[in-house]
Write a protein that binds this ligand. Structure first.
Ligand code: P1T
Length: 403
C-alpha cells in the first residue's frame, strides 16, 4: 500500500513524493526497469504489467513523484501514477496534450511561448489537425476574455514566466476564464517549477513540464510531463500516452527522478543568485534593460511576488532576460566571450547557460511576431546556474567589456 505523501512539504515530496521501496527487493531507489515485455500466466492474466510502452515501473515512479509535487490530489489507489504522465520530450508532452482536442477546434495560446511550442501549433497542428491557433497576450485579462468570446476555444495554453520575455500570467484569472468557457486550461510550468508556482491549486486543469530543464536539473536528459488532478483527463491522457506512444524511456525516468530530489535546494540557489545577478546587471552601463520578475522595475513584480513563492517567501526563478545596448554585433561579441556561462540552448541546469533567442530558441517564431514580442537582436537570455554568484558576475563583467 502506498504511503500518502500528499500532505508533506514540497521539499520532502521532491524526495519521497509517490515513492515506496521496490516490492520485490526492498530497493530504496527504483531500479531501471529495462524489460520491454512481461510474462503472462494465461492470456490477459498478468501482474499489472504487459508491455513497457504501457507500463514501466521506473517511469511510473517518476510520474507519481510529479503527480505528488504538482498536488494532483490523486493517490495511487485512485490513479496508478497519481495523475502524472511522462513523455520523451517536452514537445512530446505538448503534442499528446493537443490530442485532447478534435480536428478544427480552437486553442488560445499565450503570445510569448517557447519557439518550439509556437512551431508545433502554427506549423504542424494548424495543418495536420486543423487547429485554429489564436495567440493572445494573456497579461491583459480583457483581451483574453475577448479572444475567448470570439473563438470559443476548447483549450487555453499558458506559460508563466514566459520564454523568453519573462511576462507573468495571472493563473487564477486565466483558469477562471477557461472554466467559465468550458475550456481546458494548461500551464507550462517549466520556468517556475512546482517549487515556485502551483498551477493546479490556482485552478488550472493540467500542468506541463519540459523535464529537460529544472526538474532534471543536470542537462543530461530530455523529457516532458503532464500532470492533472481531473480523473476524466487522467483517463484520456492514459489512453493517449499509450495510443500515441511518445513515452519517456526508463533511463530518462531514472535521471528525472534522481534529478528532481534536489529540486528544492537547487531552486533556492537559482533564485538567490539570479536576484543578485539581475540587480548587478541593472546597474551595468552596457545593459539597456533587465527583465527579471524579482526586480521592482518588472511591470508585473507585484503579481510575481504573489504567484511565485518558495517556502512562503517571494522567489522569482533562475531566468533573466537582458537587452544589451547596441544590436547583433554587440550581442555576438558578448556571447562569444563568456566562459562559465555556456552559449547553448536549454535552461534549468546546475550550470549557467546563455543564449540568443532570435537566432537560437525562437528562430522558428515568425519574424513579425518576434518583432511584436520584442525578441530583438539585442535580447539575450540567461539561465543562472548554481555556481558561486561572484564567479558568474565576474564572467559576465569580462564578456560585457568585450562588446
Ligand atoms: O525541449 P523539450 O524538452 O521538448 O521541451 C520543450 C519546451 C517546452 N516548454 C518550455 C517553456 C521550454 O522552454 C521548452 C524547451 N526550451 C528550450 C529548449 C529553450 O532553450 O528554451
Amino acid at each position: 500500500m502506498a504511503h500518502d505523501t500528499s500532505r508533506l512539504h514540497l521539499d520532502t515530496r521532491c524526495i519521497h513524493g509517490g515513492q515506496h521501496p521496490d516490492p520485490s527487493t526492498g530497493a530504496v531507489m527504483p531500479p531501471i526497469a529495462t524489460s520491454s515485455t512481461f510474462i503472462q500466466d494465461s492470456p490477459g492474466v498478468h501482474k499489472g504489467f504487459e508491455y513497457s510502452r504501457s507500463h514501466n515501473a521506473t517511469r511510473f515512479a517518476f510520474e507519481r513523484c510529479l503527480g505528488s509535487l504538482e498536488s494532483s490530489g490523486l493517490l495511487e489507489e485512485q490513479d496508478r501514477t497519481c495523475g502524472g504522465f511522462a513523455f520523451a520530450s517536452g514537445l512530446a508532452a505538448i503534442g499528446t496534450a493537443l490530442e485532447l482536442l478534435d480536428a478544427g477546434d480552437c486553442i488560445v495560446c499565450m503570445d510569448d511561448v517557447y519557439g518550439g511550442t509556437n512551431r508545433l501549433l502554427n506549423r504542424v497542428r494548424a495543418r495536420s489537425q486543423g487547429l485554429k491557433v489564436v495567440f493572445v497576450d494573456m497579461t491583459d485579462a480583457a483581451r483574453l476574455q475577448a479572444a475567448v468570446k470570439a473563438n470559443a476555444p476548447r483549450m487555453l495554453w499558458v506559460e508563466t514566466p514566459t520564454n523568453p520575455t519573462l511576462k507573468l500570467v495571472d493563473l487564477a484569472a486565466v483558469a477562471s476564464i477557461g472554466k467559465a468557457a468550458g475550456a481546458i486550461t494548461v500551464c507550462d510550468n517549466t520556468f517556475a517549477t512546482p517549487m515556485l508556482t502551483r498551477p493546479l491549486e490556482l485552478g488550472c486543469d493540467m500542468v506541463m513540464h519540459s523535464t529537460t530543464k529544472y526538474i532534471g536539473g543536470h542537462s543530461d536528459t530530455v523529457g516532458g510531463a503532464l500532470v492533472t488532478g481531473r480523473t476524466d483527463l487522467c483517463e484520456k491522457l492514459r489512453f493517449m500516452q499509450n495510443a500515441i506512444g511518445s513515452v519517456m524511456g526508463p533511463f530518462d525516468a531514472y535521471l528525472g527522478l534522481r534529478g528532481v530530489k534536489t529540486l528544492a535546494v537547487r531552486m533556492q540557489r537559482h533564485c538567490e543568485s539570479a536576484m543578485r545577478l539581475a540587480q548587478w546587471l541593472e546597474r551595468h552601463p552596457k545593459v539597456e534593460r533587465v527583465v527579471y520578475p524579482g526586480l521592482t522595475s518588472h511591470p508585473q513584480h507585484a503579481l510575481a511576488a504573489r504567484q511565485m513563492r518558495l517556502h512562503g517567501q517571494p522567489a522569482f526563478g533562475g531566468m533573466i532576460t537582458i537587452f544589451l545596448k547596441g544590436g547583433i554585433r554587440e550581442s555576438r561579441a558578448f556571447l562569444e566571450h563568456v566562459h562559465l556561462f555556456a552559449l547553448a540552448e536549454s535552461l534549468g541546469g546546475v550550470e549557467s547557460l546563455i543564449e540568443h533567442p532570435a537566432i537560437m530558441t525562437h528562430a522558428s517564431v515568425p519574424e513579425a511576431m518576434r518583432r511584436e514580442l520584442g525578441i530583438s537582436d539585442s535580447l539575450v537570455r540567461l539561465s543562472v546556474g548554481i555556481e558561486h554568484a561572484d564567479d558568474l558576475i565576474a564572467d559576465l563583467d569580462a564578456a560585457l567589456k568585450r562588446c
